[in-house]
Design a protein around this ligand. Structure first.
Ligand code: FAD
Length: 477
């Protein structure tokens, strides 16, 4: 694997293993689903400072610090459009923007608020490539197509940067990403990856030895870094809201609190909500891990996994800068990885852990504090102010799953925790295909995606067992 990739920590929550089909959810499960994992009803950190407009987002440093958009109305009655999109995350908004700029009438139906899902909660690390890594893609589709797919992800990175520039999205973009090995085995893999990127992928990355890394990163935990100057990081919710502003300026109509409860397939697909329905020539499904029963054949190919982020109290500019001097994003190469970066108001944002139920792991705050201090023991006196989580959509091979359900219904899922760049690419390629040029989207159809073994009931324990092996391997060598 060239990139350590999916920003997915791994730590099975011991209490529950998935929600078997047909079992009624308990009140606490329902709360966790509604608020997002990691957010407890009794955990009001961040919540008390939020304005009414922000309050409908799960409490997080992002929700507390973003410039809110006015609430958009729910869909009521019957409407027509050229394109209807389910989901106002990066995937749906990117497709909407591309299509509206090409002159199409576009409607977006969002169950909650714009950017409410993973797009408004993620680690903000925008890294070229895909979650499964290049070696896996080569095994799946051969080098030539794997190289084309990687080049597309580079295009996705350029698209992201151009959109930020063109629409003046104030999302605090910062250049630079370091992928940092902890064990000698990981160091060998990182060195091989640096060689591979520079020679076979024509993608310039640098190897930094331990001393060089130490000049930028105040932690003794790592053996060096693969430094990628083109990748970077941003404020995820500001980016989602910025895309939405640009899309609405281009004519896109977005309806919030408009959960799609049914997709009616046919010559003119229809997306139905509780109070309305949208008819269109083409539909795009961009619901990520949160579709909840609309398209079983897609949902069986992803596994929703909760993953978590913590934000410290403000450290002050000098103390924050001393941690990561060049302000890059950092992710280790463990399977159960830690990833972190500085915020624009001089906090440390620290991600890690995952749970395979919809409930947050026990004592999430304590666990995140411990992980953070293992990397930065000098933060022993620093408290975590916000902790939140979100759902990622892992595919079995962790490769992206984009394509067509029927000739006029497109979908993109399976970002597997590595979607800040790939979602924009998916939106662009689906828009391209709707406009009649599908070769580039069709490249993704070459990747075979199998359903998770065990169906909805057994997929969680099976995945936990597989993850435990990778975690053990990281612990041992
Ligand atoms: C905690 C966390 C950290 C992460 N860190 C990183 C990172 O650092 N770097 C990286 O590259 N990736 C990261 N990811 C992954 C990345 O955030 C996602 O891949 C990406 O945001 C997915 O975007 P999306 O638009 O496909 O889905 P989402 O942003 O989840 O949007 C889907 C939207 O669809 C809506 N929806 C779902 N069902 C319906 C329905 N029936 N009707 C109407 N609307 C519906 C949801 O409400 C939601 O708003 C992280 C994810 C999480 C959760």
């Amino acid at each position: 694997m060239l990139f350590p990739s999916s920003l997915v920590g791994e730590e099975p929550a011991p209490a529950k293993a998935g929600v078997p089909e047909g079992r009624k959810r308990s009140t606490s499960e329902a709360s966790a689903l509604a608020l997002g994992p990691g957010i407890r009803r009794d955990d009001d950190i961040g919540g008390s400072r939020m304005s009414t407009t922000k309050a409908s987002y799960p409490p997080s440093w992002y929700a507390a610090s973003a410039t809110p958009l006015p609430a958009q109305p729910p869909l009521q009655g019957s409407i027509d459009a050229d394109i209807c999109i389910l989901g106002a995350g990066y995937t749906g908004l990117s497709a909407a923007l591309e299509l509206a700029e090409a002159g199409y009438q576009v409607v977006v139906l969002e169950a909650e608020r714009i950017g409410w899902g993973a797009s408004g909660r993620n680690g903000g690390q925008a890294i070229a490539g895909f979650s499964c890594g290049e070696a896996k893609l080569e095994a799946l589709v051969g080098f030539d197509d794997a190289r084309k797919l990687f080049d597309l992800s580079r295009e996705g990175l350029q698209w992201l940067r151009e959109r930020i520039r063109k629409h003046a999205i104030d999302c605090h973009w910062r250049d630079g990403h370091a992928s940092v090995p902890i064990k000698p085995r990981q160091q060998r893999e990182s060195l091989a990856a640096v060689e591979d990127f520079n020679t076979r992928y024509d993608y310039p990355v640098e190897w930094w030895d331990r001393e060089r890394l130490r000049e930028q990163l105040a932690s003794d935990r790592y053996l060096g870094a693969m430094y990628d100057p083109q990748s970077g990081h941003l404020h995820p919710l500001e980016y989602a809201l910025g895309l939405a502003r640009a899309a609405m300026q281009a004519g896109v109509r977005i309806f919030e609190h408009s959960r799609v409860t049914q997709l009616v397939r046919g010559a003119r697909p229809t997306l139905k909500t509780a109070q309305g329905e949208a008819h269109c020539d083409f539909a795009i499904l961009a619901g990520n891990a949160l579709l909840h029963g609309i398209v079983p054949e897609l949902e069986s190919r992803i596994m929703p996994v909760g993953t978590y982020i913590a934000a410290t109290t403000p450290l002050g500019e000098a103390r924050a800068a001393a941690l990561i001097r060049n302000d890059m994003a950092v992710a280790d190469t463990n399977w159960a990885l830690d990833y972190f970066r500085r915020s624009r108001d001089h906090r440390l944002l620290f991600g890690g852990r995952a749970s395979y139920s919809t409930l947050p792991p026990p004592d999430l705050r304590g666990a995140m504090t411990q992980r953070m201090r293992r990397v930065f023991p000098q933060l022993a006196d620093v408290e975590i102010e916000y902790v939140w989580g979100g759902m990622i959509d892992i595919s079995l091979n962790r490769a992206p799953h984009f394509g067509r359900l029927t000739p006029n219904v497109y979908f993109a899922q399976g970002f597997s925790g590595h979607g800040v760049i790939a979602t924009g690419l998916a939106g662009k390629l689906m828009a391209e295909a709707i406009r009649g040029q599908s070769e580039r989207l069709d490249l993704f159809a070459k990747i075979q995606h199998r359903p998770f073994p065990g169906g909805r009931v057994l997929r969680t324990p099976l995945l936990v067992a597989a993850m435990a092996w990778y975690k053990l391997r990281d612990a041992l060598w």
